[in-house]
Design a protein around this ligand. Structure first.
Ligand SMILES: *Cc1c(COP(=O)(O)O)cnc(C)c1O
Length: 359
């Protein structure tokens, strides 16, 4: 074992070192209160302050307009797959979905239980190796849903999809939220499970425009109505306090880093380094079309599954962890979220060179 491990995990994933250090101090006593962050009541002034700080940092970092609410919910991004249609989609209306692979498909499955789903575009015929360019919308979609970054296939939208003007854009940004500047005002809802780019597993961030909050029916379970959580400031029931606290620290870190423009530069530098290496290699290939490549999850493979398996095992021994591709696609995947250090990408490339030589 080497002493320094680079964690390429797709999620839960690497967090900034300074965040972990602050969290370990606050485990014992939050802000000199003598009580650890895990042990405070969620109604205490200390935790109320943690919540409002987290929201404020979020608003500042991403320039979120004042007519949007920021919610911290439970149930993962996967619960938004049904909460969104339950609140936004009337049973006689249609929602349009763009299918870029596994996560989009799960969202489509849930929405189909509520009402009609129209597939406005799909890259399924080319095994999700790109972002679809041909979009055909239904007549009056109540909203259009897309997945900004497909974590599994390593594809990412380079610009927002153009949608019919009267419709609302809904984005699953679980694996790239705050990795680059985002135009919040072009969206109705943006949601993300925190465990990739924002913090620990257990909390889901939902950024929702005010005019959508009260659209939903009132005869669905209380916890599934957005209005419940807006009214209660994400404290209708006991919230995942620790997760929200860590998300708050990560947002503070992101602001200190220089904000979304600086993070984008850093992420682009990391991703470009690896893609350039792949493009100049005869040994490794990237399965994703160039104009659709993700800055967050970089997929690649060698010429055989056996060699891929050897690569993953040897890399692990060299302190390069979490490089196994998703079980549904195989190969390798390097997830290089905001907090992933540039040195880790250089180390990976050095390892790739030496692996190529020895095989
Ligand atoms: C991981 C992921 C999800 C699922 O998130 P959970 O919080 O585990 O439900 C959804 N969408 C995308 C794009 C993801 O990467």
């Amino acid at each position: 074992m080497t002493d320094c491990i680079y964690n390429f995990s797709a999620g839960p994933a690497v967090l900034p070192e300074s965040v972990l250090q602050q969290a370990s101090t606050d485990l014992h006593s939050l802000n000199d209160s003598g009580i650890g962050v895990l042990e405070h009541s969620h109604r205490s002034s200390e935790i109320t302050e943690v919540f409002s700080q987290a929201k404020e940092n979020c608003r500042n970092l991403a320039d979120i307009p004042s007519d949007y609410e920021i919610l911290f919910l439970q149930g993962g991004a996967s619960s938004q797959f049904f909460m969104i249609p339950m609140n936004l989609l009337q049973s006689d209306k249609t929602a349009d979905y763009i299918n870029t692979g596994a996560w989009s498909q799960k969202a489509i499955k849930e929405a189909s239980m509520i009402s009609t789903v129209h597939i406005a575009g799909s890259s399924e015929s080319s095994k999700f190796d790109c972002i679809p360019t041909q979009l055909t919308f239904s007549k009056k979609p109540q909203y259009v849903h897309f997945t900004s970054n497909n974590t599994i296939y390593g594809t990412q939208w380079q610009h927002l999809p153009q949608i019919p003007s009267e419709s609302t854009l809904v984005c699953d940004a679980s694996s790239d939220l705050f990795s680059r500047p985002i135009n919040v005002a072009s969206h109705g809802i943006i949601y993300a499970g925190a465990q990739k780019n924002l913090g620990p597993a257990g909390v889901t961030m939902v950024i929702i425009k005010n005019n959508l909050i009260d659209l939903g029916p009132t005869n669905i379970p209380t916890m599934l109505q957005y209005r419940t959580h807006v009214k209660a400031n994400s404290m209708y029931n006991t919230p995942p306090v620790f997760c929200i606290y860590v998300v708050g620290l990560v947002l503070q870190w992101a602001i200190r880093f220089g904000g979304l423009i600086e993070l984008q530069k850093y992420n682009e530098a990391k991703a470009t380094m690896l893609y350039d290496f792949l493009d100049n290699s005869d040994f490794y290939t990237s399965p994703v079309k160039k104009d659709s490549r993700s800055m967050m999850n970089i997929c690649f493979k060698t010429s055989s599954e056996a060699l891929d398996a050897a690569f993953i095992a040897e890399a692990r021994n060299k302190g390069l962890s979490g490089l196994k591709g998703h079980r549904s696609v195989g190969g390798m995947r390097a997830s290089v979220y905001n907090a992933f250090p540039e040195e880790g990408v250089s180390e990976l490339i050095e390892f790739m060179k030496s692996f190529e030589k020895s095989h």
